[in-house]
Design a protein around this ligand. Structure first.
Ligand SMILES: Nc1ncnc2c1ncn2[C@@H]1O[C@H](COP(=O)(O)OP(=O)(O)OP(=O)(O)O)[C@@H](O)[C@H]1O
Ligand SMILES: [Mg+2]
Length: 352
């Protein structure tokens, strides 16, 4: 080990539109050790559905989060998602990684609905194609340059050094596989945040369906705001406070019920798409995360509507946690929202 060798540690930073999260993990022979985890609710006008709206404000909030939890590490892994990111499995003629690096933009052109000069491309060679021995399958990732630049800019403002830019749905898969054995089952991973939902269906260790949709807990706020004419922040307070008197509780329940019905319909549509492609397979399990998974009625409804076993991810399931240094009840409360952040925290600097 070099005395002045490059540090390979980093922290995971999930920049949610409502809650930003940071996690620090140290690998060990007995399993990952959770060193730090913290969250901060941010003002709802910093990050919108289509990206970062206030870089200075967001940079300040990220600094504040790091300070609050005594995180000094500057190397970070972040992730992006939503409509500006496209992940596709494609098939190309056999070639070396270097050759593909040279030609990936030509290959990608036909699969990407954006101008190819507007996106950053990345890929991973998955292996030989099942259908043609002269071809191989490649996982293609395209993300809008504007969005990536906005993230880099904000991290710069926060004084951080971006080491890895991951994709939300990959981070979700990463943390799920760290904590649970899929055993060849089909599992649907679904993270429902404030403004977006990431879906990733695994068949064994392979991801066979990945999609982000614009659904989230913010829809509930919008409906509350429309009914009682208030700001989104006020609506958020009303929603989270069981003793509020701004809106009749029956009305609130009705709003919540209509939104979770929406979510369930959209999720069923994705599952149906999976079943039409893999008619012989059965999704044994739906694993939920994100703030939306804290809505008990939703978990119940989804279980009934999908006839699957629906559970909530505990991203810390297999982590070693020092109960004298970390607040375990806080970890338990925030766990569902921590999945993507923890998927980022377990990445290492030299990972691809
Ligand atoms: N107990 C709860 N009941 C209902 N909703 C909740 C609860 N706890 C959190 N939420 C909602 O969850 C959302 C935050 O969840 P999460 O942290 O997953 O979102 P985010 O990562 O900030 O958003 P996104 O990923 O969409 O940008 C907020 O809209 C909040 O209102
Ligand atoms: Mg999120």
């Amino acid at each position: 080990m070099a005395l002045f060798g490059k540090k390979d540690t980093l922290v995971g930073l999930d920049i949610g539109s409502r809650t930003i999260k940071v996690g620090e993990v140290e690998p060990s022979a007995d399993g990952p050790i959770l060193k730090k985890f913290g969250t901060l609710d941010i003002s709802l006008d910093l990050v919108g559905e289509d990206g970062i709206k206030d870089p200075e404000g967001l940079g300040d909030s990220i600094r504040q989060l790091f300070k609050l939890y005594g995180v000094r590490e500057q190397n970070v892994a972040v992730s992006v998602g939503g409509y500006s990111v496209i992940v596709k499995k494609i098939t190309v003629n056999n070639m070396s990684e270097e050759e593909l690096q040279e030609t990936i933009h030509l290959e990608a052109e036909q699969y990407i609905p954006f101008d190819i000069s507007d996106v950053n491309l990345d890929f991973q060679i998955l292996g030989a194609s099942d259908l043609n021995p002269n071809q191989m399958s490649v996982l293609l990732v395209a993300a809008k340059k504007d969005m990536i630049n906005d993230y880099l800019n904000v991290l710069g403002i926060a004084g951080l050094n971006p080491c890895i830019i991951d994709v939300d749905a990959f981070a979700l898969q990463n943390i799920y596989e760290t904590n649970y054995d899929t055993g060849g089952d089909c599992v649907a991973l679904i993270d429902i945040g404030a403004t977006k939902t990431s879906l990733n269906i695994l068949k064994g260790e392979d991801s066979v369906f990945m999609r982000d949709v614009s659904l989230g807990c913010g829809q509930i706020n919008q409906k509350i705001a429309a009914q009682i004419d208030c700001t989104m922040e006020e609506a958020e307070d009303v929603k989270m406070n069981p003793d509020q008197d701004k809106i009749p509780s029956d009305d609130l329940r009705e709003i919540e019920s209509s939104v979770i019905t929406d979510w369930t319909t959209e999720i069923r549509r994705a599952l149906d798409f999976f079943y039409s492609t893999y008619p012989d397979d059965q999704i044994q399990k739906v694993a939920l995360s994100g703030g939306g998974s804290k809505i008990k009625e939703f978990v119940k409804l989804l279980a009934v509507q999908t006839s699957s076993n629906v559970s909530i991810i505990n991203p810390f399931e297999r982590f070693i946690i020092d109960e004298n240094r970390l607040d375990t009840s806080y970890l338990e409360t925030m766990g569902p929202q921590a999945a993507i952040c923890m998927g980022l925290s377990i990445r290492r600097v030299d990972d691809k």
